[in-house]
Write a protein that binds this ligand. Sequence first.
Ligand SMILES: [Zn+2]
Length: 385
Amino acid sequence: MPDPVLARALAARVLWCPVCRGLRGGVYHDSPVELAEVFEEEAGVVVMGALRCLACPARFPIVDGVAILLRDLAAWTRREERSLLGRDDLPGPLRDAFLLAWSDDEDPGWRREMLAIYARDPDPAAPPAPDDAPDGLAAALAAAAREGRAYLAARRRALAADLAPGAWAADLGCGVGASSLDLAAAGAGAGLGVLALDAAFAPLRALALLLRRGVIDVPRWRHGGDDFPSARVVREDARGAPVLPVVGDALDPPLGAGRLELVTAYGLLDNVANPVVLVRQAAAALRRPGGRLALSTPFDWVSRCTPREERLLEPDPAAALDRLLAGGEPERAPGLRLALEHARDDVPWVLRRHRRSAHAFLCRYVEARALGPDEPAAGPDAPAP
Ligand SMILES: [Zn+2]
């Protein structure tokens, strides 16, 4: 197979069928996926193709360089139809004219807004915006954004420091994959491969283009009421990076058990229906013992994502998350037992909407290591509560 990153992922059997999970006719089989068909390639990458499960008849499309591995493809397709089928071969002004026909609050407008916000992340020219004031609130926000990024980048380098050659990581809720690219660069010495997993197609499609071409055109919101002219993001270093964009459900991920050295989930915990299931699934994907999980979250719970009864709340969210990871919730998370290794509170995370608007969060960041069956849960290095 010409596609080296996909070939490596399939050989490492890190991607597993989310439909059967190996259970067929009441008997467990191995259920990794393999390449079934290639319809189109570009730059040595499968752009259009299909994967199939080795254990059951399920097939999974590869569209625009993004592998779509879902249990319920129909439900996802209904939600993502406009991203999936939206053509991008119209000349820019024509495409803009059609996009502007939607109101800001309708689905295409909202999705374009999200892409505009998250697509600032991999763009070295975007933060801070060139027209930012040199002092005052804009400068403070830019400084906070840099501090948060630098901290997470340093932690990624620390996590990737002693990986075995050929290791794999998953970056859950990766968006356009700035953190996935950074993780792959941090683990380049060991040839770390990264599964960049998200539920939304448009940001993964942008990531796949960046991986093939090193350049993408994305909407860029300049100011409130503005209508998103295109901005060009150039990341030559992304070309050929060992990152595989995957559409998947983080609560039902297409991952084999115990096969990953690292799982990261930045800003995802408070964006899922069940944060306990997210942590359990992430932990189940880790090699045991020794695989590491890194989470950051501002605990910005909202009902459209997380029902009240599923949130981590007591005695405070950070303590509740630590307790969950350490195995202190055996009824909600049976079998979950990780050693907390590193934590920091109030890590800044700034999402720039446009020049005059930003969302600033303070995140809890925590790293935990999968334990062997006989290891004590709390070692001497566990962080103080
Ligand atoms: Zn299957």
